[in-house]
Design a protein around this ligand. Structure first.
Ligand SMILES: [Zn+2]
Length: 291
């Protein structure tokens, strides 16, 4: 669990209500779990800002630097806002008051739960299920339509894996941390995909081609500028397209190498309408030829 010593803020201290019920405690733990996840994703901040400088200067270097800097600043701002908001401060205040009331966190034998038995993760899913049940009972409208639960992630990854050949996938943290290994032309590529939960329950995808050489950094830039940034299946299919795409000449300029002698490090999908059905086709593109 994250440290619970909040930074002093200018916001008024929240008023503490009576003892919380199970639903409120679950929501509080889910809130802290989302905050932890948001904090985890900030570890990409410095590598992301410095990443463009690992490669020789290209016309897109300043844009890549500026985009990464702005995205990192926004992530930090979002985290600070969440840390200082009323919900978070209420949880911290409740914890301080509870500790003051009873500092004994080992409640075994008194019908309670030992604090060490409280799981670190899983509260977001538990809260989503709880809200869904409430919704089904007509107590509260279900608001989880845009929330990707653990089960959704497992389903998307399982369906995606079902169609894979000769691609190794290592999965950790319930499919939220995937390492995908494949050989594209003669290059052995490792991709990492991380799924992190946002404060509002929506999810965010972080993906990169591991390595600091020019080609892999360019691939990472092309992945980060993909459309459908929150579509996990699209991202996974795009990574596979580094292996399965037909031919490596650029779909736009039709050349193998661009002006910097770089091959087609970008991938974009396009819908082709055939006889009665629409097919998704992946195309190879140079970084400078991306739409
Ligand atoms: Zn091109």
């Amino acid at each position: 669990m994250a440290s619970t010593n909040p930074t002093p803020t200018t916001q008024p201290q929240p008023q503490l209500a009576a003892a919380w019920d199970e639903a409120q405690l679950t929501s509080a733990l889910a809130h802290l779990e989302r905050l932890q996840s948001q904090l985890d994703s900030l570890r990409f901040t410095i590598p992301r800002v410095l990443q463009p400088f690992h490669a020789p200067p290209t016309p897109s270097l300043f844009r890549a630097f500026s985009d990464n800097l702005t995205a990192s600043q926004n992530d930090i701002k979002d985290f600070r806002k969440q840390w200082q908001n009323h919900d978070t401060q209420t949880v911290f205040q409740y914890k301080r008051d509870s500790l003051k009331k009873d500092g004994n966190l080992s409640l075994k034998g008194r019908g309670g739960v030992d604090v060490e038995e409280v799981k670190k993760y899983g509260w977001v899913d538990r809260e989503a299920r709880m809200k869904q049940r409430e919704g089904q009972n007509g107590v509260e409208k279900a608001v989880e339509s845009e929330v990707l639960g653990q089960a959704d992630i497992n389903k998307i990854v399982a369906e995606w894996k079902g169609g894979l050949e000769k691609i190794a996938v290592e999965s950790k943290d319930g499919d939220k941390d995937l390492t995908i290994m494949l050989i594209a032309s003669s290059l052995r590529l490792h991709f990492q995909v991380l799924v992190t939960q946002e404060e509002n329950g929506s999810y965010k995808l972080n993906a990169e081609c591991l390595g600091t050489d020019v080609t892999r950094l360019a691939i990472t830039r092309c992945i980060k500028t993909r459309p459908k940034t929150n579509d996990l299946r699209y991202l996974l299919d795009m990574i596979v397209a580094y292996k399965t795409v037909r031919g490596t000449s650029c779909f736009k300029c039709e050349r193998m190498l661009d002006g910097h002698a770089m091959w087609t490090v970008g991938r974009r999908s396009r819908e082709v309408v055939g006889e009665g059905k629409t097919e998704v086709v992946w195309e190879a593109l140079h970084e400078g030829c991306l739409p």
